[in-house]
Design a protein around this ligand. Structure first.
Ligand code: HEC
Ligand code: HEC
Length: 394
């Protein structure tokens, strides 16, 4: 999995190959469970549908230095990373993030090139500075590896009201269940929900920032190029005028991400129902809440929907073994409950892909999740296997 941590040059050709590969085939659809895979939510209005289709092309656009790529970047298109088995799903790219946590103060190091440490530079920046990737800022106190998650169905998570998330927060563990989730409140007072540390409040902000952080594509809502160590970019290395993406293309990409349908829910069988109940009984659902509900939304298909994402979107202390960087209010050991929706696509688990099986991923749960992890470990082998089969179907 981590075998392909950014192989220079080859990556762009691989990206193109990946675009061809993502055309759904009968076999893939059968494996992944349903014809909605990679498509939009059903019932979009005509203008929403058109924006989704246009956004699908923006998401797949392979940028070059001539069309704005870089000068620092991780990949040449969104679909180069979120690609398997369809655009918007998982990928084998593993990113490097770095932040600083000193005296209980967290800095995302955005002033000196963080928190995303780009692993490629354009030829022009290479010639000007003699670097092949962005150096980790000297101020960083920790780095983190991040695998590429599936974002299918995430428009529904974006549409969950803040009050619904906050209602499950229990920072002082008043109910005494050992689980004390808390929101990662953003600087402007919103509930963070996207990113492994729930550091970003809205899908739109994440998308706008991803263009710059991943591809060096400035846009009207994320207008500043990434720098090397916070220094001005050398003259001539970024010849394309900002913004490199139009408002219309950003709106379309946002619509594409927002309207992507979640993976089709697996059918209910007696075994699955029993496993789901066991999952709840041993305390997994204390964080991996089986479903959240969206609020009223101007987009009808996002309105008042159940989202079977298996997350509470809150931060939990997962213990010292998993700890890496801070981000916003999230401490090094705190992570957002990873949505299990889309687990069927994964072959590496946890934020850095360190677990190669679902059982291993569960075994790594510590901190607030220790008690449920121990209950899982204490189950007979057959019941453990049934829970894993249940999760692999999500
Ligand atoms: C180099 C690979 C790469 C590229 C290119 C990329 N992403 Fe991602 N994406 C990631 C990784 C890694 C994460 C996890 C980040 C984290 O955990 O903080 C992520 C997370 C996300 C999330 C949040 C998912 C979550 O779990 O909350 C969204 C939304 C997203 N990406 C959208 C996009 C869009 C839109 C583009 C193109 C503009 C894009 N990504 C380009 C690798 C990539
Ligand atoms: C205290 C909250 C909490 C509890 C309880 C909990 N989890 Fe998790 N779970 C998390 C968090 C947070 C992550 C992400 C950790 C990371 O990426 O390092 C996660 C990740 C996972 C993953 C990996 C997902 C992926 O996409 O890589 C699986 C599988 C999982 N949990 C299953 C379970 C099962 C089964 C149980 C019950 C035995 C359980 N969890 C209990 C919070 C919890």
């Amino acid at each position: 999995m981590s075998g392909r941590i950014f192989l220079p040059i080859a990556v762009i050709t691989l990206g193109l190959a990946a675009c061809e590969r993502q055309l759904p085939t009968g076999g893939l659809l059968a494996k992944a469970g349903g014809s909605s895979l990679g498509r939009s939510l059903t019932g979009l209005k005509t203008d929403e549908r058109q924006l989704f289709d246009r956004g699908s092309a923006v998401f797949a656009t392979v940028f070059t230095p001539e069309t704005g790529l870089g000068p620092l970047f991780n990949a040449a298109s969104c679909a180069e990373c979120h690609e398997d088995p369809v655009a918007g799903a998982v990928g084998d790219e593993v990113e490097v993030h770095a932040t600083s946590f000193q005296g209980a103060v967290c800095s995302d190091l955005s002033a000196v090139g963080g928190p995303v440490i780009q692993q490629f530079v354009t030829p022009a920046l290479h010639n000007a500075l003699g670097i092949d990737k962005e150096p980790v800022p000297a101020l960083a106190t920790a780095t983190a590896m991040r695998t590429t998650p599936s974002i299918l169905g995430f428009g529904l998570l974006d549409a969950v009201p803040e009050a619904e998330i906050l209602a499950r927060a229990d920072p002082n563990d008043v109910n005494g269940d050992g689980i004390s989730g808390r929101p990662n409140m953003t600087a402007d007072g919103h509930v963070g929900r996207f990113g492994r540390k729930a550091q970003v409040a809205t899908l739109r902000e994440f998308t706008a920032a991803a263009f710059v952080m991943e591809m060096g594509i400035t846009n009207p809502e994320s207008a500043v190029e990434q720098t090397v160590g916070g220094n001005p970019l050398p003259a001539g290395v970024d010849p394309t005028p900002e913004p490199e993406l139009s408002q219309a293309d950003l709106d379309a990409a946002d619509a594409f991400v927002r309207f992507l349908a979640p993976p089709a829910p697996p059918g209910i069988t007696v075994e699955r129902a029993a496993s789901r109940q066991l999952f709840t009984q041993i305390g997994c659902a204390g964080c991996h809440v089986p479903a959240l509900t969206t609020g009223p939304n101007p987009v009808k298909v996002l309105s008042n929907q159940s989202v079977p994402a298996f997350t509470d979107l809150l931060l939990h202390d997962m213990g010292p073994t998993l700890a890496d960087i801070c981000l916003g209010q999230a401490l090094p050991a705190e992570f957002r409950t990873e949505p299990l929706m889309g687990l069927r696509f994964k072959s590496a688990f946890l934020h850095d892909g360190r677990a190669t099986t679902v059982e291993q991923a569960i075994d790594f749960h510590g901190g607030e999740a220790q008690a449920s992890r121990d209950r899982f470990a204490g189950l007979p082998a057959g019941e453990r296997a049934a829970i894993v089969r249940f999760l692999r179907g999500l």
